[in-house]
Design a binder for this molecule. Structure first.
Ligand SMILES: *[C@@H]1O[C@H](CO)[C@@H](O)[C@H](O)[C@H]1NC(C)=O
Ligand SMILES: *[C@@H]1O[C@H](CO)[C@@H](O)[C@H](O)[C@H]1NC(C)=O
Ligand SMILES: *[C@@H]1O[C@H](CO)[C@@H](O)[C@H](O)[C@H]1NC(C)=O
Ligand SMILES: *[C@@H]1O[C@H](CO)[C@@H](O)[C@H](O)[C@H]1NC(C)=O
Ligand SMILES: *[C@@H]1O[C@H](CO)[C@@H](O)[C@H](O)[C@H]1NC(C)=O
Ligand SMILES: *[C@@H]1O[C@H](CO)[C@@H](O)[C@H](O)[C@H]1NC(C)=O
Length: 351
């Protein structure tokens, strides 16, 4: 990694809506009085350092095929990070919190696209002890000056948070990577303006239907194993295996049909007795009016059930503040190779 991608700083602007909640062990679906949503904007800098003596990001796993790849963050690599958040752009400016989590490189192209799973926690001021959860795709080398990622939850002051963060590279040192910055799409100001209009915005419902192609075998797999514990060998359900995916999504069931998006992220075998996956994927659309917009899916997938339901927990672009349901149904599977085509129906509410 040395000298390829050494450090970066990001300006983050967060626009989130939260409602207060009352917690107890259980309730019987009682009605609550309407609550008022609060809106908060935050702005800070994130410093991610991969090289040097004290990296804040370390690679913890990668796929076999990843080796020898020239990408700074090759497909199938998994990083764990603990990045400082600061008030100003300099790494020496006042630290206000930290971003901790995992990011995975889940694009097979040269476009350096990550999927981020993180908790941004604050350690000073009125938000001390509060945090927000991000789960989203983060394309780094697209023709956009800012990137939008989905906020799917939060703690303490940010309970029940939904929103999005705008990330703008402030400083980026990657000798192999070109940041193509051209044209202004939606920057942080446009996002804030969008958020201001939210109380008057009407919720929209969008339905989506596509086929997901998970190819684990052959010369060009779209799903690669990145880690496995010793115990997997004894498990009837492959417990412990982690797979990274960059799976094509097509309109029709044939793999050769028109590709309208990709599913990027990872899934793990999380059942000890039955084959059950924990899916943490970002669906990004590459065609038509949803081009560039994404949906974040996080849920349990017992693959041998006829229908599997997974929550859609967030979105970006067209699907800002999305919440909804993804239903998966296996269309075709080869049990020898593990290759599968899965039919997805998604229904989401968003603004
Ligand atoms: C970028 O990183 C390389 C390797 O770590 C270093 O030699 C170089 O000075 C850095 N460039 C800038 C502009 O900081
Ligand atoms: C990775 O490569 C090693 C050595 O070539 C091999 O023993 C191992 O089975 C491979 N693992 C996977 C998951 O393909
Ligand atoms: C933040 O909260 C922690 C734990 O409650 C406390 O120990 C710490 O002193 C607080 N820091 C600031 C700057 O308020
Ligand atoms: C896994 O098995 C190998 C070979 O038997 C052993 O060397 C290694 O320590 C084991 N790893 C763990 C985490 O148990
Ligand atoms: C989708 O958006 C990307 C980047 O904004 C652009 O390069 C591409 O041509 C678009 N594709 C379609 C089919 O509109
Ligand atoms: C299933 O996968 C195996 C191993 O890759 C392959 O030999 C076989 O032809 C495949 N079967 C079908 C029906 O595609």
């Amino acid at each position: 990694m040395e000298g390829k991608y050494s450090a970066s700083a990001w300006v983050l602007i967060l626009c989130i809506a939260t409602v207060p909640v009352h917690c107890k062990y259980h309730s019987d679906g009682e009605q609550t009085a309407p609550v008022k949503e609060k809106k908060t904007h935050l702005r800070f800098f994130l410093h991610d350092t991969i090289s040097g003596k004290k990296p804040s990001s370390v690679m913890v796993a990668h796929a076999n095929l990843t080796q020898g790849d020239n990408n700074p963050t090759p497909f199938g690599s998994v990083f764990v990070f603990d990045d400082p958040l600061t008030e100003g752009p300099e790494p020496t400016s006042r630290v206000i919190g930290n971003a901790r989590g995992i990011y995975v490189s889940s694009s097979q192209g040269k476009d350096l696209s990550l999927v981020v799973y993180a908790d941004y926690g604050f350690t000073t001021g009125k938000f001390n002890g509060s945090s927000i959860s991000l789960f989203s795709r983060l394309p780094l080398v697209e023709a956009e000056p800012t990137h939008e990622v989905a906020v799917v939850g939060g703690r303490k002051k940010f309970r029940m948070a939904r929103g999005f963060a705008k990330l703008k590279p402030h400083y980026f040192n990657a000798t192999n990577v070109f940041m193509v910055v051209q044209g202004i799409t939606e920057g942080p100001n446009a996002a804030e303006a969008w958020f201001k209009k939210l109380p008057h915005a009407k919720e929209k419902v969008t339905k989506l239907h596509f086929y997901f192609h998970d190819i684990a075998s052959g010369k060009n797999p779209t799903a690669v194993q990145v880690a496995q514990p010793n115990a997997t060998n004894k498990s009837p359900a492959f417990f412990g295996i982690i797979m990274m995916v960059d799976d094509p999504l097509t309109v029709r069931p044939e793999p050769t049909s028109n590709i309208m998006g990709r599913a990027q992220g990872f899934y793990g075998f999380a059942g000890m007795e039955e084959i059950e996956l924990i899916m943490t994927m970002n669906i990004v659309f590459t065609e038509g009016e949803y081009n560039g917009s994404s949906l974040s899916i996080l849920g349990r997938n017992p693959v041998f059930h006829r229908y599997r339901e997974m929550p859609v927990v967030g979105g970006s672009g067209f699907f800002r503040l999305a919440r909804g349901i993804a239903t998966a149904k296996t269309y075709w599977v080869n049990f020898t190779s593990g290759d599968a085509t899965v039919e997805y129906n998604i229904i989401v509410a968003h603004y």
